[in-house]
Design a protein around this ligand. Structure first.
Ligand SMILES: *Cc1c(COP(=O)(O)O)cnc(C)c1O
Length: 379
């Protein structure tokens, strides 16, 4: 038990209605078709809830594969034409993603847990960036995997050379988020390809693309040439479904098979039948989520301009959040003052990042309220 350091999620208060800009959730509702589909599923045949769901989630896996082919895996860039999308030319996947390349789980957090179990060896030290998704060290502790922490570069970017050289020395796999959390900085696909070129082909290389839909090049096109690449994605951010708990892997079928074996050794059944249905319909309406992602990007750009005008320091982001700090007021104080005005942002007390707050990008109205709150706390 002494190795367990559970993840602490962003607060979900019940005492007061806050504007929630603290957990990187999407500020928009799921599309109407999803709501209709859930109602129909329950009303038309309640007996579907009494029987076990499809253990292979076939329809959902097909819908995810189709959505990736339709959008290129970067929703904010996809061109919306009626109720269909087309990928931007740079995002177009140069092969067809097939359902056997998809694995789904109960949120990408559960998916990541199986990734750690299946692919990272407790006899080798796992290389992690100093600031990364804070669940990675939690899983490492749970699975008794020692970690080797690589400091960030001074501009918050990943020290790629150092990560690679330590992974080589340790003989370990690799995992990082692209774009990274909580910095919001990303690597280009070419940079990831270069990493893969100098990485051991027998070790698994994991890219967590939780925020990719908000403007980063996806690494899905690299799956064609790199059989050791695993891409983890989620419905929680860009697909407006954090409450649904749906995460997935895109990888070559052999690795998908290995993860499935791990999962089936623990919990034979997949995500529930309602989530399978809702997830499928969401994927079939990628156009709607592309429009949501475009609105988030627009608000992010406007908010970064605002921060710049107000003299705040921030890390330019490709996600649905911005890591920012006021040069005169400590992060904990900023968090408190914004909260007093009915808005929640996230503050981490971790050393090195304690001066900052992480702010999720909301709707135009929410961001206007936040801008007002920020103006009252000083510049
Ligand atoms: C939010 C987040 C996840 C977890 O997503 P869920 O699917 O909600 O479990 C995974 N990785 C990163 C980097 C995230 O920010």
């Amino acid at each position: 038990m002494e190795n367990l350091h559970p993840y602490i999620p962003g607060e979900q208060p019940k005492d007061r209605v806050y504007i929630k800009l603290n957990a990187n959730e999407n500020p928009y509702p799921p599309c109407k078709e999803v709501i209709k589909g859930i109602k129909k599923f329950v009303n038309s045949n309640p007996m579907k809830l009494t029987v076990y769901p499809d253990p292979d989630s076939n329809e959902l896996h097909k819908a995810i594969a189709d959505m990736l082919n339709e959008t290129g895996g970067v929703l904010c860039n996809a061109q919306v034409k009626g109720k269909k999308c087309e990928p931007k030319s740079n995002d177009k996947i140069p092969f067809t993603v097939t359902p056997d390349m998809i694995y789904t789980g109960n949120g990408s957090d559960e998916v990541l847990s199986f990734v750690f179990y299946a692919f990272f060896d407790s006899n080798t030290k796992l290389v992690l960036p100093e600031f990364t998704y804070s669940f990675y060290p939690v899983y490492a502790g749970f699975y008794d995997i020692e970690t080797d922490i690589v400091p960030m570069k001074s501009d918050w970017s990943l020290d790629v050379e150092e990560m690679l050289s330590r992974a080589k020395k340790n003989g370990s796999g690799l995992i990082f988020a692209n774009p990274n959390a909580p910095s919001g900085i990303s690597l280009s696909r070419v940079q990831v390809k270069q990493m893969l070129d100098s990485f051991d082909k027998d070790k698994v290389f994991v890219v967590d693309e939780a925020y990719c839909d908000f403007g980063v090049e996806s690494c899905i096109p690299l799956l064609k040439d790199y059989k050791n690449l695993v891409i983890v994605r989620t419905f929680s951010k860009s697909l407006c479904s954090a409450g649904m708990r749906l995460g997935y892997i895109v990888a070559n079928p052999e690795l998908v098979q290995q993860i499935t074996t791990v999962k089936n050794s623990l919990n034979h059944f997949p995500i529930d039948a309602v989530a399978q249905t809702a997830g499928k319909i969401a994927c079939q309406n990628a156009w709607y989520y592309a429009e949501c992602a475009k609105k988030v990007v627009e608000q992010r750009e406007s908010f970064e301009k605002f921060l710049q005008d107000k003299g705040w320091e921030f890390v330019s982001s490709k996600t649905n959040f911005v890591l920012a700090r006021n040069l005169k007021i400590p992060g904990a104080e900023v968090y408190k003052k914004i909260k007093e005005q009915g808005i929640l942002v996230r503050h981490f007390s971790t050393k090195g990042i304690e001066d900052y707050v992480r702010i999720t990008i909301g709707t135009a109205e929410q961001m206007n309220a936040l801008k007002k709150a920020i103006e009252t706390i000083g510049e």
